[in-house]
Each structure stands twice: as C-alpha cells, then as structure tokens.
Design a binder for this molecule. Structure first.
Ligand code: ADP
Length: 586
C-alpha cells in the first residue's frame, strides 16, 4: 500500500478545490440559463395567450397538440384541456371541399413545414358543434429541443369572404344587369364569383319556368356538360334532387351525401359519373315570395354545410333573384312594347284606310254638291225668270190669290237660287283651291268695299279699316272670307247705321284679324253653333240669308291652317276673329 506524501495530498486537495470552484460556476450558469429559459417560456406563453389568431403547437411525431392559445379555444369551441388531447384531424372534416381527404392533405403540409418551408394555405376546419368553416393556416417549424414541433396559426376567413362577395360579386352582377347583359351572362358571373370564394365548390343556377314547372340551366360553368344537360328541363317536385325539391317547397334543401339521400335515389348514377357527393340548394325567391329558381352549391365529398356557405348561398340567391326578376320585367316590357307597336301599326293602317275612304267620299260629295248645284242653277233660273214673265204678262188677268201664289213661286225660286249659289261656293273651297301666295289684306279690303258699296251706301254704314298685314293664302278665298264677315256686320243691325271696324295684329299663333260691329249681337251660347250649316238665329222676314256664309268662312280659315271664333253678347255687337298662321312661301 503506498502512502501519499503530504505534498501529494496537498496537490489533491488543491485539485479538489479547483473542481469545487468549477462546479460552483457551472451551477450558477445553469441556474442563470434555467431562469432565462423560464423567462423565454413566459414570454412565449404571453405571446400565445394574447395572440388574436388561434395558435396551436403540434408535436409532429405524435400528431397531437402540445399547447393551444385562448383564441384557438374560442375558434373551435373547446377548452384547452380537450384540445391538447387532439390532433389536427379531429378538427377537420373528412375531406376538403376539393374532395381530397383531410388526412393526406395535412400530412403533405406538415411535411413541407418540417423541411423548413413555411406553407400558407386555405383549410376547412370543423368546430365543437360540427360546423365547417374556411381558414387561412400558416405552419412553421419551432426550435423545441430535439422534438419536432410545428406552430400553426389559424385565421377564420369567412367574414373576409362575405365582404369580398358583397363588394365584388354584388357590384359586378348589378353592373352587368345595368349594362343590359343577358340573364345567362349575369348568372355565369355570379356563379363564377361564388365559386372563387370557396375552392372546390361547384355552383349552379337553375331558372324555373312557371308555365311548365320545369327547371332550365341558367348557369353551371364548372359542372360537367352532361350533368347540366340532364338537369335541364327537370320537372320540380317533392324529392326530386336538392334543386327540384327546393324549387317545389320554396325551402332550402341540404343533402350531406347524395349517394345515400332518398331525394337523390334516382340520380345516383349521374352524380357518381359527375363525381358529386354533397349539395345544398337555396330557392331563389321574388320580392313577393314566388319561386324563380334555385342556387346550388355542390361538393366532391360528403359533408355538412359550413356557416359561411349557408350565409353566402342566401346572398347569392338574392342576387340571382334581382337578375331573374329584372330579366322577367325586361321581357314583359319588351312584350308589352311589341304588342303596343303592333297595335299602333294596325291602328295606323286602319286610320290610313279610313282616311283614304273619307277623302274619297269627301271628294265624291264635293263633286256631287258641285254638279248638283251647278245643274240646279239652270232649271231654277227658268222657274224664276218664267215666273217673273208670267206675272208681268198675266198679273191683271189673275185673281189676287193666284198673283200671291205666283209671288211665292218666284220668291221660293230666288231663295233656292241663293242657296244653290252658296252651296256651289262652299264646294269650290276645296274643289277649286288655288296655291297660296302673298296676299295684301289692304288691297283685299279695297276689293271687298267695291263689291259691298251698294249695301254700304243703302245702310249708311261706317267702315273703319286699320293698317292690315300681308298674309299667305288663297286670295279669292280671303276676299270671300272678309266679304262674308263684313256683309254680316252690315246686315245684322237695328235702326242705327252699322259701324264696323277691321283690325289686324301679330300674335304668337299668327296674324289675328278681327271684324267688329255694333249691331244686334247674339247670346253667348250661340257663338259656336252659328258656324254650323244652315244655322240662323232669326226669321228670314227680319234678316234674309241662307245660313251658309259662316260655314264657308270656317272652311276657308281651316284650309289655311287657322281658326275662327265669335265673341258677342245680345244687343252689344259682335267681334268675329280669325287667325292665319305666319308661313314662308317656298
Ligand atoms: P246668314 O248670314 O246667311 O244668315 P251666316 O252663316 O252668315 O248665315 O250666319 C249665321 C247666323 O249667325 C246668322 O243668321 C245670324 O243669326 C248670326 N250672325 C252672323 N253674323 C252676325 C253678326 N255680325 N251679328 C249678329 N249675328 C250674326
């Protein structure tokens, strides 16, 4: 046994002292490192707890969460204790909307994160009540000792989606409606917009024909053509798929698995071929609650509807309703317009026919009046002239009665002659009309005064004529017009000599010419009917006449595009006025 020397022992003690000192340093370092880690963990915890987005820490080996924050508890509707027992698959539907099973899709993303990438992707989750909702998920690998830990931050995006829909979809659809695009174009845009909000979702709009009770494909751009063709013309009814039933009942229809639901029993082979598994259909209702069609969302995997999908299917159906109702109104308006146009065309044709017929019969009548008046003149002249001759030759041989009778014959003949002459004048207004020319009314008045001179002198009439304008018209007819009016003024007076004034002034409607007298006047109620044929207000014994003078005046003025009227009161004179439009001579 070797005995250690004191020196040796001292050396060993020294070495031990150094080791103890070294150990003390390491321990304090360890202590310091421990407290630093605690601090970091605390900071991490705070960050997790107060993060607005849901955060989950996933152990990639076990596939379980090791931690979640309060936002995650809120998002999934479960306490932390329950969540840390779970993994991402319990919080996802069986498959994503594009039909890919959630398991394999998630494994791919986790793999990406483990390899150092930071994948950001859209993911459908499911909460404690079984509701599905779209989220944006970001994965990142965390340093966690030798464990493979992945941090996932999850943000729900349904609100954002709705906003997008409201802003883009609504304004796009409304804009297209306003631009007058066809219904199918508008529905196509609507379907495309909704589809873009939910990847993997396929939408369709079916329009109901209220007459036949059949659905027509309005838009289904992402569904296979053979599927759209098969649905086109489908008669609605209870249990006829999701859309046929929704259109029939006016209620939303949710079918989570098309392969097992009784509504789809007769369509199994076609949906299988089209690779469709779930469908929700919303009836499109008009403002007054009538079914106009359906808006459907299809999925490639069996699933329950998500809250956001149900909210958006409602909005989509409302937009489709605006588009369809607008189209129905447009078509109705078009139909009404067309029928109105047809009626107007028919009426115009009828009117034209009636007009031609009227013109023809008018011409015939004028012709007849002219011929009759003309042919009557001769025999009348014979009656009056031979009657006069007879009276001259035989008056002293005839009895007083016979003489009186002969007088009646002659007078009747003369009256008839006056009537025939006036009728002839009337029939000449249109029949022998001359082209319009510039007519100086002052010279017309001169001519009228010459022809009326005898009666003016007889009655000691005072006639005042203002400075008159030039008008455009048929001169002889204007002579006749003024002559008739002035001669009436001379005729219809009591004992006082007639006083007549002729004036003219320019108005907005044309030249206003007035003939005013201070004669017997007439009650106001006659001021219109005196322009009718043979209308006379006095017996022939008081004032001779035929009752055709004023109808002739009216016809002449109307032929010149003007109007004539009388203003009068009994015993206070009359004013006969007419307006002739101002026109250019071409
Ligand atoms: P006539 O003068 O041959 O009787 P008109 O057609 O010229 O026929 O006139 C129709 C009727 O209008 C006259 O019978 C008369 O009663 C009334 N009338 C026309 N002009 C005047 C007038 N200036 N003053 C009063 N009454 C008139």
């Amino acid at each position: 046994m070797s005995v250690k020397t004191e020196v040796q022992l001292q050396e060993e003690v020294e070495q031990l002292r150094t080791r103890v000192a070294e150990l003390e340093v390491t321990e304090s370092q360890l202590e310091e490192a421990r407290s630093r880690q605690q601090e970091a963990e605390q900071r991490l915890r705070t960050l997790l707890d107060y993060a607005p987005e849901a955060i989950v820490m996933l152990d990639a080996e076990t596939g379980r969460f090791i931690d979640v924050n309060p936002s995650a508890e809120k998002l999934f509707g479960m306490p932390r204790k329950a969540l840390v027992e779970m993994g991402p698959f319990e919080l996802s539907p069986q498959s994503q909307p594009d039909g890919v099973p959630s398991g394999s899709a998630a494994a791919k993303r986790v793999g990406e994160a483990l390899s150092g990438k930071t994948p950001v992707f859209e993911w459908w989750h499911i909460n404690a009540s079984g509701e599905q909702f779209p989220c944006e998920v970001r994965l990142v690998k965390m340093p966690w000792g030798d464990r493979n830990v992945i941090r996932g931050s999850i943000t729900e995006i349904s609100d954002q989606k709705q906003l997008e829909l409201c802003e883009q979809g609504r304004s796009q659809v409304l804009e297209r409606i306003a631009r007058g695009e066809s219904l199918d174009e508008v529905l196509h845009v609507l379907v495309k917009t909704i589809e873009s909000l939910f990847p993997g979702m396929l939408c369709s709009v079916l329009v109901l024909d209220p007459e036949t009770g059949c659905l027509r494909t309005g838009a289904g751009p992402s569904l296979p053509a053979f599927y759209n063709a098969a649905v086109n013309g489908l008669k609605i009814g209870p249990g006829v798929g999701s859309c046929g039933t929704a259109a029939f009942t006016g209620e939303r229809v949710i079918v989570a698995d098309l392969m097992t639901h009784p509504y789809w029993a007769s369509f199994v082979s076609i949906v299988e071929k089209a690779k469709l598994r779930a469908c929700w259909s919303e009836p499109i209702l008009s403002l007054n609650g009538k079914v106009l069609g359906t808006f459907a969302m299809y999925f490639r995997a069996p699933r329950q509807p998500a809250r956001a999908e149900l909210e958006i299917i409602g909005i989509a159906a409302q937009l489709a309703s605006v588009a369809i109702e607008h189209d129905v109104n447009k078509q109705m308006l078009q139909g009404l317009n067309e029928s109105l146009e047809r009626r107007v065309t028919t009426r115009t044709k009828d009117l034209a026919t009636a007009n031609t017929e009227l013109e023809r019969s008018n011409d015939e009548l004028q012709q007849f009046a002219y011929v009759a008046s003309h042919d009557l003149q001769e025999p009348l002249r014979m009656v009056t002239s031979f009657g006069t001759l007879l009276r001259e030759e035989l008056s002293d041989q005839l009895s007083q009665d016979a003489n009186e009778w002969l007088g009646f014959v002659i007078e009747g003949g003369s009256r008839m002659q006056a009537l025939v002459n006036d009728l002839l004048d009337y029939s000449r207004i249109d029949g022998q009309a001359r082209p319009f020319q510039s007519v100086d009314l002052n010279s017309v008045l001169d001519e009228v005064m010459v022809s009326l001179r005898p009666s003016i002198d007889d009655t000691r009439s005072v006639i005042t004529v203002d400075q008159l304008p030039n008008v455009v018209g048929d001169r002889p007819q204007i002579v006749q017009l003024l002559q008739n009016l002035i001669s009436n003024g001379i005729k219809f007076h009591e004992k006082q000599p007639p006083q007549i004034r002729i004036s003219g002034e320019q108005t907005d409607d044309g030249w206003l010419i007035s003939v005013t007298d201070q004669g017997i006047g007439m009650a106001e109620e006659y001021s219109e009917c005196i322009f009718d044929f043979f209308k006379r207000l006095h017996g022939r014994d008081r004032f001779p006449g035929t009752g055709i003078g004023l109808p002739i005046c009216k016809r002449i003025v109307e032929r010149h595009g003007g109007r004539i009227w009388a203003e009068s009161s009994l015993n206070h004179g009359s004013t006969f006025s007419f307006i002739l439009p101002i026109r250019d001579l071409h």
